[in-house]
Design a protein around this ligand. Structure first.
Ligand code: UDP
Length: 330
């Protein structure tokens, strides 16, 4: 029967999930996508729905998860993933990282499947060392607005490790740093879609705080390659995957202004609570163990992403639900 390798990808209709579906389809896997579509969008996987080796379940993984037949791999990528989402849907964010992960670990155990869970640089909180190596335990405020995501992901890592040591499930943990590319949601409030959307609509770019906080942006294809290699490695400790090319948000705004040719300027808004001051992955482990490092420069990646956003229907570009996300700050 099932000769083809079968993989379940949760969060399949999301930004990262949909790119992972594409990659595993390309590698000739049978891909089972799952998503509750709270933050995902079917348009991201519409091109896959007609394929014979793709099927989709509209399901919330915080409820019991079952898929018929054998399963070789699971990628757990279901989760809201932007600070605005955590503020809008905090309980779902907590549940998918904790209860959802528990359900998928149970499924992995039952099916004897290898599971890779999507963790995040947010486990480092507002880090007081830079760059962040995997050994750093972080500086997280559990009861702040980002705590619902950060703590769910920290619990996810603990639960995953426990299933590995206690139940001998084959597990992998990737800590994902800021990633960008086509299929990001234009209205998710993250800095890149926010700036590009504002530039396209002819609005000023909203920089939060003084703009001297840093981030390091990884193009999605590089991230997918890193995840692919991690899944097939035998490394079970958490691994950072991200681009170490660090930049301040103000410099990033200048790059977007140049790229888009907008005549608008940057305006400064209050910094959200617990917004990390610096973030940059230490990728020594990924280099050594996976032979991986990012290949796509920010200039290249931003150009592709800008073209994508420009190609969206005008109605989507104009009809941004909440143009001023600062009303969500606390
Ligand atoms: N940011 C900004 N303007 C915006 C959206 C975000 O200056 O319109 C800042 C935000 O305060 C943070 C950085 O850009 O310092 C990255 O924010 P994002 O929400 O993309 O992700 P984070 O890395 O904070 O999870």
């Amino acid at each position: 029967m099932f000769k083809q390798k079968r993989i379940l990808i949760t969060g399949a209709a999301g930004f990262l999930g949909s790119h992972l579906c594409d990659r595993f389809i390309k590698e000739d896997f049978y891909v089972i996508g799952m998503d509750n579509l709270i933050t995902g969008d079917l348009r991201n996987i519409e091109h896959l729905l007609k394929l014979e080796n793709f099927e989709f379940y509209h399901h919330d993984v915080t409820n019991f998860v079952h898929t018929p037949g054998k399963l070789d791999y699971i990628l757990h990528f279901a989760s809201p993933a932007s600070p605005i989402d955590y503020l809008k849907i905090p309980i779902q964010t907590l549940k998918v990282g904790s209860l959802g992960t528990h359900n998928l670990l149970g499924l992995a155990k039952e099916k004897k499947a290898r599971i890779l869970v999507a963790s995040t640089s947010e486990v480092y909180g507002d880090p007081n060392i830079n760059p962040q190596p995997e050994e750093y335990w972080g500086n997280v405020n559990p009861v702040g607005p980002r705590g619902v995501y950060d703590e769910a992901k920290r619990f996810q890592e603990a639960m995953t490790m426990a299933y590995h040591t206690f139940h001998k499930v084959e597990t992998r943990i990737v800590r994902i740093f800021n990633t960008y590319g086509p299929r990001m949601r234009l209205n998710d409030g993250r800095v890149l879609p926010a700036f590009i959307g504002q530039a396209i609509r002819g609005e000023d770019l909203t920089v939060f705080g003084d703009g001297l906080q840093t981030r390091s942006f990884c193009y999605v294809d590089d991230l997918v390659e890193g995840i692919y290699r991690l899944l097939f490695s035998d490394y079970v400790q958490p691994m950072n995957i991200g681009n170490p090319d660090e930049i301040t948000i103000k410099e990033f705004g200048e790059e977007i202004i140049k790229l888009t040719g907008t005549k608008q300027k940057m305006i400064f808004k209050p910094l959200p609570t617990d917004d990390p001051k610096q973030r940059r992955p230490d990728i020594a482990k990924a280099r050594k163990i996976l032979g991986w490092e990012p290949k796509i420069s920010r200039a290249e990646g931003l150009k592709i992403t800008y073209e994508y956003f420009k190609s969206l229907p005008k109605a989507i570009i104009e009809k941004i639900e909440h143009k001023d996300f600062t009303k969500y700050h606390r």
